[in-house]
Design a protein around this ligand. Structure first.
Ligand SMILES: [Fe+2]
Length: 292
């Protein structure tokens, strides 16, 4: 298979190369139907080895590299899976899926993936497709593909693409989902600056239904609101918060334009600070212990 004939460097460039992805898809579509179970399992082991070799070469290079995100994910995903007594072969595959989880984004418009401002509802829908596309790219690798497909599910069933709940979500996907959010908070992205580790820990606790420091998070939310208000008129600022509350995050929030800015700010803080069940509590506990 094409993917296994590539060297480390090409593999690292995989997610950036649309032409290559297209070639892999075409080849794998042909091969997918004729591969035996043994062949698929053999290939899974090889893809794991390739990923780990690539990670090792990154470690040697050190310094800045755009794949640091993937490297962190592999290490932490494997450690969590191990602590949760996963069988050894699954631990390797969970690490591998953690590395490849966003591979579907390579088929989505670059401008949209790196958009520095808030996404509109339709843009958000477009981005969501990366889970299903990722599974298609990894078609012959059934287990890897499944983990990639479900890395944005939430244990309360409000995730995507299938709205799976609790243990119906594969363990590997539950691990990747938590690590992805932790990394997104602690690293700067096109649309948001990095936040301190303590903030991320409290966010994870809040989203896993564990006790968290409300005062600490409230301060950070206020800073976010302050950042949002810069360069905007009062009306623009009010509409912006309403957009955040209504369009993307808070599906059950009712648009209420007659409210004052202060009331809308309070609504925002209230909805953003309530406890949620996005993450698996068991996975979150193991992860938080590893961070100590
Ligand atoms: Fe993703």
């Amino acid at each position: 298979m094409l993917i296994f004939r590539m060297g480390e460097k090409q593999f690292l460039n995989l997610a950036e190369n649309k032409q290559l992805i297209g070639a892999i898809q075409r080849k794998e579509q042909k091969l997918g139907d004729v591969l035996t179970k043994e062949e698929i399992e053999y290939n899974l082991k090889r893809i794991c080895k390739l990923v780990l070799a690539a990670v090792k070469s990154i470690e040697i290079k050190k310094g800045h590299d755009p794949y640091k995100h993937g490297l962190d994910l592999i290490k932490k995903a494997r450690e969590i899976a191990k602590k949760l007594n996963c069988p050894t072969d699954k631990i390797e595959l969970i690490g591998c899926a953690a590395y490849l989880h966003d591979i579907g984004k390579s088929m989505i418009d670059r401008g949209l993936v790196n958009k520095p401002s808030q996404l509109t509802f339709s843009e958000y829908r477009e981005i969501q497709k990366h889970t299903v596309i990722g599974q298609k790219i990894l078609k012959p690798f059934v287990y890897l593909g499944t983990l990639v497909r479900h890395h944005h599910e939430r244990v309360d069933g409000r995730g995507y693409p299938d709205g799976l709940k609790g243990n119906k979500i594969p363990l590997g996907s539950r691990i990747i989902s938590l690590l992805d959010v932790y990394n997104a908070i602690t690293h700067s992205r096109a649309y948001s600056p990095s936040r301190p580790k303590e903030f991320a820990i409290n966010e994870i606790k809040r989203c896993a239904g564990l006790p968290f420091d409300i005062a600490y998070l409230k301060t950070f939310r206020r800073v976010y609101l302050y950042e949002l208000s810069r360069n905007l008129t009062q009306e623009g600022y009010k509409n912006k918060i309403l957009d955040i509350l209504c369009k993307k995050w808070e599906f059950d929030f009712k648009r209420e334009n007659r409210k004052s800015i202060k009331e809308i700010e309070e609504d925002y803080l209230h909805t953003r600070l309530r406890q949620e069940r996005q993450f698996d509590r068991k996975v979150a506990r193991v992860f938080l212990r590893l961070l100590r």
